[in-house]
Design a binder for this molecule. Structure first.
Ligand code: DGT
Ligand code: MG
Ligand code: MG
Ligand code: MG
Ligand code: MG
Length: 269
């Protein structure tokens, strides 16, 4: 069939195929969540409901979309890693990015009330997205280490800042002044000596963020069968091994996590 005279406009579409053999990372981040957190009465410095909602949305993204091997989240951000060999949507960056961000955003609204029982959603939240390619495993690990180090630095700062304000009675600006120029050791010391808080005992979900990976789990399901030649059906338990997305709040900077899960960075991944 002859092409319409309008058809040429397709040639204006830019090619955005991701380079082969690279890890494709999509990172999303909540738009203006400083305000969103205030308006929805997030607890400071960490709101467990918000973090668990983020984790639920990210697990939904991994289950609904193809080829994501690992995800890491903290604060209002999440990073998703697509397999090096993924050929999902012909590796088009815009497809990776828009599918991740839209699936995540709709899940955020869909699952909101499950996590925020007494807080209505006041307006539609938005998320930005970007795509980054990493050509080798070390680059990918360094990327994820960078995000987890960011989580640690921010969380130590925020935990100390809000202890000074909420328990120490300082104003926000005096608390900020107090922390100017301090290093990690100083903040640990303030927390311990002034507020009896051992930072290392704070919940791991706050200190380490959340890693989502695929795990093999044994699941039992009940099925009713009617044996041949019998009238009565009976219930039998069927055992299945399934791949499920599970959350971990662990260190991903050191080698141990990766040595225990060699399949994540495997060459055929
Ligand atoms: P953006 O990303 O440039 O549109 O602007 P923001 O405001 O989203 O800034 P960003 O992403 O650098 O920082 C995340 C903000 O989200 C930060 O101001 C604090 C807030 N936030 C994230 N998680 C929590 C939480 O668990 N509790 C509270 N109170 N605030 C949180
Ligand atoms: Mg943000
Ligand atoms: Mg920002
Ligand atoms: Mg952020
Ligand atoms: Mg279509």
């Amino acid at each position: 069939m002859a092409k319409s005279k309008f058809e040429y406009v397709r040639s204006f579409e830019a090619d955005d195929t991701c380079l082969p053999n690279c890890w494709v990372v999509v990172r999303l981040d909540g738009r203006n969540f400083h305000k969103f957190a205030d308006q929805h009465n997030f607890t400071k410095p960490n709101d467990e409901r918000a973090l668990r909602l983020m984790n639920k949305c990210a697990a939904t993204v991994m289950e609904e979309l193809g080829d994501i091997v690992i995800a890491y989240g903290q604060s209002d951000e999440y990073s998703f890693v697509f397999k090096k060999k993924s050929n999902w949507f012909k590796r088009r960056a815009s497809k990776f990015m828009t599918h991740v961000v839209s699936q995540f955003s709709s899940s955020f609204v869909f699952y909101w009330s499950e996590h925020f029982k007494d807080q209505t959603l006041l307006y539609p939240p938005g998320f930005d997205g970007r795509v980054i390619l990493y050509p080798n495993n070390q680059n990918l690990r360094d990327y994820l280490s960078w995000r987890q180090a960011d989580c640690h630095i921010n969380n130590l700062y925020n935990t100390t800042f809000w202890a000074l304000v909420q328990q120490g009675g300082l104003s926000n600006s005096l608390s900020e002044e107090r922390l100017k120029g301090t290093v990690a050791g100083d903040k640990n010391e303030i927390l311990f000596s002034e507020f009896n808080i051992n930072y290392n005992k704070e919940p791991e979900i706050y200190r380490k963020g959340t890693v989502l990976t695929w795990c093999k789990v044994e699941e039992n399901s009940n099925k009713r069968i009617t044996p041949l030649g019998e009238q009565e059906g009976k219930d039998v338990v069927i055992k299945r091994t399934r791949s499920r997305v599970l959350p971990f709040h662990v260190d991903i900077i050191a080698n141990q996590f990766w040595e225990e899960r060699p399949e994540i960075l495997a060459d055929d991944s």
